[in-house]
Design a protein around this ligand. Structure first.
Ligand code: SF4
Ligand code: SF4
Length: 435
């Protein structure tokens, strides 16, 4: 069945940073890399005290999605510390002290004539993961032998404050298109498409210009509604086809803007995933900006670049990932991973007091995957795993719409997210016990 998503027109705050060109914030004193991320564990390659070069592998994901994680600076592996990650959890992280020299581990020789397998290997060895928020290893999407029909670049940027992909298009359109062509080659796809919101007029005009001699790459104009950037929604809009689990089922591969740029850099320059562009915004920030950062930088180290917090800021909410789908942080000393595109500082006065659920049903009406968030919340609070399963909790796409629409401001999406995590962990435990 074709999915109908009505979506919501959000009161966007993109104007706070949309005119901000990308500024470099590439010299943190230290960077940090988690040894675990939820259920994913990483093996340490270098010991404390070892010299490390920029782009050198330091950790290795060892499960079936194996790939390296590379140091974003040159310097010394200085410690293993407990640090706050952008999921709000304290985890052990490898600390690299930056020597400020950016001495590279990789050679920057340009090579554009590669085979499919060579492209996939380069993307894997560069540690490229999805930069749209999921963090899924990019090369894994390209592994199926069966050719894809279409590659879609998702440039929707749904969260209300985020503008980093928009400015990345404006400043790196050529690299984005070359990246898309490498992805097409890696997947044997003849067609490519960039799905971007109609409202991003400048980006659409630039892409139209850059693509005028590219008959195999089209632009699809999306409506300015939330959550049009949800992968399933984008694929269905562009192809008029639906799928059950993964877009590959209908011959489609989806990557986001910065992932395609990272693929281009990995293929042409052997550059590992060590930097990304993020939007730091919100009414609590003096100068909201789009910053190119070293992955593993602490958020607190980037604040100065944005002029710090506004004067007389007593209480605020720091949200990693954006107000709809992000996580509220206990403090601002957390580490920015590759999956974070947006950190928003909201004034307490911008948020509202939570009241009790009035049973209006709006959260269920708006849910794009037709869940009943209130029932899931009840089942979660009573720890009823079988009910959570029966309610299809794992289908939640963490869009945050149920909380956004709620007249009582119940943070129901947070609870549904926790319930989904609970089920996923329970499933993994079952699998391990069976082995
Ligand atoms: S956060 Fe989950 S439950 Fe809430 S609207 Fe989005 S998909 Fe539905
Ligand atoms: S939208 Fe809010 S008040 Fe309405 S049923 Fe859902 S949780 Fe309750």
């Amino acid at each position: 069945m074709f999915l109908k998503v009505h979506g919501v027109k959000l009161h966007g705050k993109k104007r706070l940073s949309i005119k901000s060109p990308i500024e470099n914030a590439l010299n943190p004193s230290c960077v940090y890399f988690p040894l675990e991320d939820g259920l994913i564990k990483y093996k340490k390659i270098l010991e404390v005290g070892t010299r490390v070069l920029m782009g050198q592998p330091i950790l290795y994901r060892e499960d079936r999605y194996a790939h390296p994680v590379c140091s974003s600076v040159s310097g010394t592996v200085s410690d293993i510390k407990k640090m706050l990650d952008c999921n709000g959890k304290i985890v052990e992280m490898l600390e690299i002290t930056n020597d400020g020299k950016d001495e590279p581990y990789y050679s920057t020789s340009i090579n554009t004539e590669l085979t499919r397998d060579e492209i996939i290997n380069k993307v894997k060895n560069a540690g490229v993961v999805g930069l749209g928020g999921a963090g899924f290893p990019t090369y894994v999407k390209y592994l199926p032998k069966q050719k894809a029909n279409l590659i879609i670049i998702n440039a929707a940027e749904c969260e209300p404050y985020i503008t980093c992909d928009f400015v990345s298009i404006l400043e790196n359109a050529k690299k984005l298109i070359r990246g898309l062509k490498y992805i097409m080659k890696a997947n044997g796809a003849k067609k490519g498409c960039i799905a971007v919101k109609k409202a991003k007029v400048e980006a659409v005009a630039l892409l139209n210009e850059e693509l005028k001699d590219e008959p195999n790459i089209s632009i699809y104009l999306l409506k300015d509604k939330y959550p049009v950037g949800w992968e399933k929604h984008v694929v269905e809009r562009v192809t008029k086809k639906t799928y059950a689990q993964l877009p590959r089922e209908i011959g489609v591969v989806v990557n986001n803007v910065q992932t395609a740029i990272a693929v281009c850099e990995a293929v042409e320059e052997n550059k590992p995933l060590i930097e990304k562009v993020i939007t730091i915004s919100g009414e609590g920030i003096k100068q909201p900006k789009n910053l190119r950062i070293k992955i593993g930088t602490k958020f607190s180290a980037l604040l100065e670049k944005c002029g710090g917090y506004i004067e007389n800021l007593d209480e605020a909410y720091v949200i990693a990932g954006g107000p709809l789908s992000g996580k509220s942080m206990p403090n601002d000393d957390f580490v920015i991973s590759s999956s974070i595109n947006n950190v928003v500082v909201l004034l307490k006065s911008e948020t509202v007091i939570t009241l009790n659920c009035i049973g209006c049903g709006k959260c269920a009406d708006i849910c794009p995957v037709k869940l009943t968030p209130t029932l899931i919340k009840k089942a979660y609070e009573k720890n009823k795993l079988s009910t959570l399963e029966a309610l299809n909790t794992t289908k939640c796409v963490r869009c945050g719409l149920c909380s956004y629409i709620c007249p009582s401001r119940v943070d129901v999406s947070e609870t549904v997210g926790l319930a989904k995590d609970l089920l996923l962990v329970a499933k993994e435990v079952k699998k391990t016990e069976k082995k």
